[in-house]
Ligand binder design. Structure first.
Ligand SMILES: *Cc1c(COP(=O)(O)O)cnc(C)c1O
Length: 434
């Protein structure tokens, strides 16, 4: 099959995500033939460094032998069985491990991040209903938040381009000021600004807590709205406030979990225990769709009853898929075998050292948290995002700026040479596209 053929067939038969399909009249789709490590390869053999980890899911590179082996061994025994009334080894092992890692438990599985958000929202509301406070049915989130795009998740998302069209379908929710350090006033530290936002949160929750079920946040980085990073103080305060006023705290670690921010989970940096943690994306190393919502014993026990209706009657067909769980177990094993978090630290230092030598580029707010870097490009080029993306691809670097924010979220296996390529190509692209 040739390349052209695949392109036209894809445009005729596939409705691509997050895309105005007409844009593909001028913007070509890129057919990928294979992947290896941080590289994707097209049908002509041209390579692209996957600087966004295939939408933030890939941790240890494409074609990772240990994850592949785990999946194929699992294929030889059990591919899938429904999880209502049945169980299997990989889902039990994975749940035990995630329980130990997060300090929560009672893993409830789905296949994508948005579903994990839905589950946390429904569980939170249902908890309050089960304990006799059904009026606690409102949700809070942050300005510029992103929690997925199904109708419930979109209700707590605050990204206009994704949300506005569907406004009539969505449930109202309140958005609290974002602690994103870029929004601080001149001279105000990230921490001071985070505290100011937490003060607002406190005032709001103090007034409205009787109606509020939960506050959902992306710990440390608001990724989808442009890699807005904030002080860990905010989450610490949010935990205290939520505890004081009996509001659940939902940590949406779908993007930031599994080492992205330098710790296994971002909320560890605030030393807090959320009431719910949502995980997905990196959980299978980027191999198979899987998501999970974990919660506390207290919440779990409010559902545990002789009455069926007090139980959490939610399900997805592929809940706890055995192949996906085996990929997740292999992913967790790699964290241990390869001492990933401490190796990542030296990569973080390496890249930060390189950027610190940059001079004279039209950029602001250079920021880093673990294995995520971002900066904002000051440009009058209305086509910046598109130019940067296309010229990047031409040079063999896959990056997808969000507006004028350029970010790196590479697979953790990126080598020094590959980091140099990513850094130097980016620098050049900023100069030519700004
Ligand atoms: C990607 C993302 C989601 C949604 O996950 P999907 O698998 O795309 O549905 C939710 N929350 C955050 C923070 C995300 O980054």
């Amino acid at each position: 099959m040739n390349n052209k053929d695949l392109l036209s067939r894809s445009l005729k038969s596939v409705w691509h995500p997050c895309t105005q399909m007409k844009a593909h009249e001028t913007l070509p789709l890129l057919p990928i033939a294979s992947g290896e490590g941080v590289w994707l390869k097209d049908f002509e053999g041209k390579r692209y460094l996957d600087g966004v980890s295939s939408w933030w899911v890939n941790l240890f590179g494409h074609n990772e032998p240990r994850i592949k082996t785990a999946i194929s061994e699992q294929l030889d025994t059990l591919e899938h069985v429904m999880l209502a009334g049945f169980t299997h080894e990989p889902v039990v092992q994975l749940s035990e491990k995630l329980g130990l890692l997060t300090g929560l438990g009672h893993c409830f599985y789905a296949s994508d991040g948005a579903s994990a958000t839905e589950i946390a929202l429904k569980m939170s509301f249902h908890y309050w209903r089960n304990i006799g406070q059904p009026e606690k049915n409102q949700f809070l989130s942050l300005q510029n938040s992103y929690h997925g795009e199904t109708i419930g998740a979109l209700s707590v998302t605050d990204v206009a381009i994704f949300k506005d069209t569907y406004a009539p379908l969505l449930r109202q929710s309140a958005q609290m000021p974002s602690p994103d350090a870029r929004l601080a006033e001149a001279g105000e530290s990230a921490e001071a600004y985070a505290n100011r936002c937490a003060d607002f949160l406190e005032t709001y929750i103090k007034q409205h807590h009787a109606d509020i079920a939960a506050f959902i946040v992306e710990p440390l980085i608001q990724c989808a709205s442009g890699m807005g990073m904030y002080s860990s103080v905010y989450l610490k305060r949010a935990r205290e406030i939520c505890t004081q006023y009996q509001v659940h705290l939902i940590a949406d670690e779908i993007a930031v979990g599994f080492g992205r921010t330098g710790t296994m989970f971002a909320s560890e940096q605030s030393n807090i225990k959320p009431d719910f943690i949502c995980l997905s994306k990196g959980i299978t190393g980027g191999y198979l769709p899987l998501s999970v919502t974990l919660t506390t014993d207290e919440i779990y026990l409010a559902f545990y009853d002789d009455s069926v209706a007090r139980g959490f009657l939610h399900s997805h067909s592929y809940t706890g898929n055995a192949l996906a769980c085996s990929a997740a177990l292999a992913t967790l094993a790699i964290f241990e075998q390869d001492d990933v978090l401490s190796k990542n630290q030296s990569k973080t230092t390496y890249i930060n050292n390189q950027i610190s030598t940059w001079q004279g580029l039209p950029i602001a707010h250079i920021r880093n948290q673990g294995m995520v870097w971002a900066f904002d490009v000051q440009t009058k080029n209305q086509q910046f995002q598109r130019d940067f993306y296309l010229q990047g691809l031409a040079q063999g670097l896959l990056l997808r700026p969000i507006g004028n924010t350029v970010y790196w979220m590479p697979p953790y296996v990126i080598s020094p040479d590959e980091m140099d390529f990513m850094i130097n190509t980016t620098k050049q692209l900023v100069m030519t596209c700004a």
